[in-house]
Design a protein around this ligand. Structure first.
Ligand SMILES: O=C(CO)[C@H](O)[C@H](O)COP(=O)(O)O
Length: 222
């Protein structure tokens, strides 16, 4: 299957949390808005939860892509779907029953996303792909923005892309961590079609232009 239209999803982890509605408005042309939910347990960082997602949903028309870096996703994931997220990703490392959570997310009306952290192999999850609408491959260790892209993790993107294409699955393949104008093309060539970018967007003088530039690079334009 051909790679789907490239999506750029600015990560609000790198935005000004005191002005989230304005920050979202600055990237209004984005495909998705990536929302990092961190609980200070699965990852050491602590960010935001359901009340902020509900407020963001009311404040922006950009589809929300919630990335749960939390323990006990079976307790919380559906709440993010009910809050209006278009996609809810939870980490494979945080549950023994990813299929149950994926089914619950779809039943609640969102896409179901499986996120895979730096130190986790993708092979055990290949047989589960049909339960998911997105797969998010971390290209850093989850927890903080502004880290350097790890090109060796693109092998996992290639493996997932091959599996998606082999079974003709309709799955968005996201990469998250260190995505910028220097790294996005390598990620696209590996098979990613959805690109989370935090510092490369919100650290830019013109965030909207940064999104446009990243999307152009992802589809091979200079
Ligand atoms: O999930 C994340 C961190 O765990 C962030 O989405 C990611 O780090 C984006 O930030 P940057 O593009 O600056 O690396």
């Amino acid at each position: 299957m051909a790679i789907q239209q490239a999506f750029v999803a600015p990560s609000i982890l790198s935005a000004d949390f005191a002005h989230l509605a304005d920050e979202a408005a600055a990237v209004a042309g984005s495909d998705w808005l990536h929302v990092d939910v961190m609980d200070n347990h699965y990852v050491p960082n602590l960010t935001l939860g359901l009340p902020v997602v509900k407020s963001l949903k009311a404040a922006t028309g950009i589809p929300l892509d919630c990335h749960l870096m939390i323990e006990n996703p079976q307790r919380w994931a559906v709440g993010y779907a009910e809050a209006g997220a278009v996609n809810v990703s939870f980490h494979a490392e945080t549950t023994d029953d990813p299929i149950a959570i994926a089914k619950d997310l779809r039943a609640a009306g969102s896409m179901a996303g499986l996120a895979i952290d730096r130190d986790t192999a993708v092979e055990p999850y290949l047989s589960l792909l049909s339960y998911f609408d997105t797969v998010l491959i971390m290209t850093i260790k989850a927890g903080f923005g502004g880290q350097a892209f790890m090109p060796e993790l693109l092998a996992k993107v290639r493996t997932i892309r091959q599996a998606i294409d082999l079974d003709d699955l309709s799955i968005r393949l996201e990469v998250d961590g260190g995505i910028n104008a220097d790294t996005i093309q390598a990620a696209a060539e590996a098979g990613a079609d959805t690109f989370v970018a935090g510092s490369a967007v919100f650290g830019a003088a013109d965030p909207a232009e940064a999104v446009r530039r990243l999307r152009a690079l992802a589809i091979g334009q200079k």
